[in-house]
Design a protein around this ligand. Structure first.
Ligand code: ADE
Length: 245
């Protein structure tokens, strides 16, 4: 898989992508992540990427030219078909299912904006998938791009040391009939810490009982903290995440 991130601040994203699981996934050849400096796709003397909004108002708006040029140039660098993604609080909210779906794409191009917003013709002309990481406004899309990339790359086969471990994450675990659940409580040594003890079942060596206990705990935790994840209230988006739809 190849992921390009178009940003005005490649130096913000690069260290994150080089560390830990993402760094290892790149060294292993599982994914290639390229931070592309939006300013390198400008053509004027001042390397402008933004301008004042028509009609007046505060802030600056990212111009079409550099973004279209960046996307088209980056797409021509690799024959694999790319899915274009715009990071914006107006987008569809990222969840585990979306991350899993995007992990099956061969190429992604993420566009991280800054300033007041994007010229609307970027949406109309490039038809990107629009993704939000939550109902709040960040000063730029970089942090959102890092979140999206991280959530995808850790799902790629071989990205985690133990292939099983992403299947047991919160939101991935299947408990009973529910598709999505919070993770069960975890413990490690010591067995007693400041009068708090590890549940006996985890020390029993009975893997059937341990599995049942974990399933039960995951369900109870989900019911009390995130009842919206459970099937009766959980509406399945199930949308197509290609740029065609
Ligand atoms: N850019 C600014 N805020 C954002 C958010 N919540 N999600 C994605 N991109 C953003």
């Amino acid at each position: 898989m190849r992921i390009d991130v178009v940003t005005l601040f490649p130096e913000v994203c690069e260290p994150y992508f080089s560390a830990s699981i993402l760094g290892r996934a790149q060294s292993a050849g599982t994914v290639e992540i390229v931070c592309q400096d939006l300013r390198s796709f400008t053509t004027d003397r001042h390397r402008s990427v933004d301008d004042r909004p028509f009609g007046g108002g505060p802030g600056m708006v990212l111009m079409c030219g550099p973004i279209f040029d960046a996307v088209e140039a980056i797409e021509s660098q690799d024959p694999r078909r790319a899915t274009r993604i715009l990071l914006t609080p107006q987008g569809r909210r990222l969840d585990q299912k979306m991350a899993g779906e995007l992990a099956s794409h061969e190429r992604l191009i993420l566009i991280a904006g800054h300033y007041e917003g994007f010229d609307e013709r970027i949406r109309v002309g490039l038809k990107p998938l629009e993704i939000s990481i939550g109902d709040f406004v960040l000063s730029g899309g970089e942090a959102a791009a890092m979140v999206v990339v991280d959530s995808i790359v850790r799902l790629l086969p071989g990205a985690l040391g133990d292939d099983e471990s992403s299947a047991e994450d919160s939101f991935s675990i299947t408990a009973g009939d529910s598709e999505q659940c919070l993770e069960y409580p975890q413990y490690t040594r010591p067995r007693v810490f400041r009068d708090m003890t590890v549940p006996d079942v985890l020390m029993s060596g009975d893997h059937g009982r341990i599995r049942d206990w974990r399933t039960q705990q995951a369900l109870e935790r989900t019911k009390s903290r995130r009842p919206d994840l459970l099937p009766d209230t959980n509406s399945d988006g199930g949308e197509d995440l290609s740029n065609d739809g």
